[in-house]
Write a protein that binds this ligand. Structure first.
Ligand code: PFF
Length: 451
């Protein structure tokens, strides 16, 4: 099939922006800095970079290639490709696992994205102007402690996501990412310069991010680094496979994937370079957890000249980065509903958005009325969704995708998708996809669950 029935990206550049739009999101700006902060900084960053380039990039190439070869939702693409390759039909499980992970991630992602939208208005209102650390912390706990407020913003964000998803590939997604991704990048670079000049603690922030300290880096940190690599690149759940289905023929997959990984990594590191100097300048804890972006950044903006406007703009862009990621999470399920149940795209988007909204209530409650409730031992509803989807399902999905593409897919199909790539790159890729990536994922899994 040369085109997908769901629509197509208008060019390779638009594909790169769309996948970068999916990849760059809360995972980079909100999650990466606090996760790195909780796991010892520099040692974590090294583990994370290794996971991105040795495991993430090959799996991303595999996902895009499978998607473009199948041109359908991940569930049906996997079914078709397994049949064409004479492989077991059960490989479809990759598509199903992905759809489940998509719901789980979208559900809690929408809650945090809702906070970002709320903070956009808080910044604009000027409440943070001149604020100190205590005020910023109190503001955050007061906000997340109010169940109605948190549910309200979660609902609004899910509505927006559903609306854009319903408008489809071209009019919804492509239009959004075309303008917002470059803008986000420019703003982050500006912020890094600002942090470097005005915090007075840039070196301390940098050395936290890049110095090799192992004291807080545990076996579980390795699993978290792997989970973060999958999460930040949107891998292991078919979102990139779904996007690959809309990639025009002839566009190079390998160079696109490398570009996307580099962009995504740059945004994560730049976010860390903004946040950590500010954390140290104000005597805050780098391991503050999910509140890091919502406490330290408002505080910093409150102290800088023009911070009200700049901060508003920052949270506006974080919100849009979150939206372009959120839409990709539902895409595998929406595309499947359209193909299999023959509903319209609008109905498909409403079903997916509605179910994810419902599941998201549990995460919204974790910060207030269910703050004492645990699902997995020691983990709230929110933490459980986060842990199971990012650290278990995504790496497992990535493991299966690497195995399938490397060993069970008719290799003629893969070769066709990688046409134009130099021989040596293909050889390297085969080793990474067939051996290194699956073995790394497997070892990290065994280490965590046995040790
Ligand atoms: N990559 C996104 C981020 O870093 O915020 C999160 C994400 C998007 C995960 C899409 C999974 C996904 F399918």
């Amino acid at each position: 099939m040369s085109e997908s029935t769901h629509g197509m990206w208008s060019s390779r550049l638009m594909f790169i922006l769309a996948v970068a739009g999916s990849a760059v999101g809360l995972g980079n700006i909100w999650r990466f800095p606090y996760v790195a902060g909780e796991n010892g900084g520099g040692a974590f960053v090294i583990a994370y970079l290794a996971c991105i380039f040795m495991v993430g990039v090959p799996i991303m190439i595999a996902e895009i290639a499978l998607g473009r070869a199948g041109r359908k939702s991940p569930i049906n693409t996997m079914q078709d490709l397994a049949a064409q390759s004479g492989a077991w039909g059960g490989w479809q499980v990759i598509g199903w696992l992905g759809a489940i992970a998509g719901f789980m991630i979208l559900s809690f992602y929408s809650v945090i994205a809702g906070w970002s939208v709320a903070y956009l208005f808080e910044m604009a209102s000027g409440v943070f102007v001149g604020a100190d650390g205590d005020f910023a912390s109190a503001q955050f706990s007061g906000f997340t402690g109010n169940v109605w407020v948190v549910v309200g913003w979660h609902s609004l964000f899910m509505l927006l996501t559903t609306f854009i998803a319903a408008r489809g590939v071209g009019k919804g997604l492509e239009t959004t990412v075309k303008y917002l991704m470059p803008a986000l990048f420019v703003l982050l670079v500006l912020l890094v310069f600002w942090a470097a000049i005005s915090s007075g603690h840039f070196v301390e922030g940098m050395s936290f991010l890049f110095a090799f300290k192992t004291d807080q880096f545990s076996g579980e940190s390795m699993l978290i680094a792997m989970g973060q690599a999958f999460f930040t690149l949107s891998l292991g759940m078919g979102a990139i496979m779904a996007y690959g289905a809309y990639l025009p023929k002839g566009a190079s997959i390998v160079s696109s994937a490398v570009t996307i990984a580099v962009l995504d990594t740059a945004v994560a590191l730049l976010s860390g370079m903004v946040i950590f100097p500010i954390v140290f300048a104000h005597g805050l804890e780098p391991s503050a957890g999910p509140g890091l972006m919502f406490i330290t950044l408002p505080l910093a903006f409150g102290q800088m000249a023009g911070g009200q406007l700049f901060g508003t703009l920052f949270f506006l862009l974080v919100s849009f980065a979150a939206i372009t990621s959120a839409i990709s999470m539902g895409e595998p399920a929406v595309a499947w509903l359209v193909e299999k149940v023959k509903v319209s795209r609008v109905t498909g988007a409403i079903i997916v958005g509605g179910l994810a909204w419902l599941l998201g209530l549990g995460s919204a409650f974790s910060f207030n009325i269910w703050s004492d409730v645990t699902l997995l031992p020691g983990r709230s509803f929110f933490d459980t969704m986060d842990f199971v989807s990012n650290n278990v399902i995504l790496p497992l999905g990535g493991f299966l995708i690497g195995l399938f593409a490397g060993w069970f897919l008719d290799q003629k199909i893969l070769a066709e998708q990688l046409e134009g790539t130099s021989e040596i790159v293909i050889k390297l890729l085969r080793v990474l996809m067939r051996i290194i990536a699956p073995v790394c994922i497997f070892v990290v899994f065994v280490m965590t669950f046995v040790g």
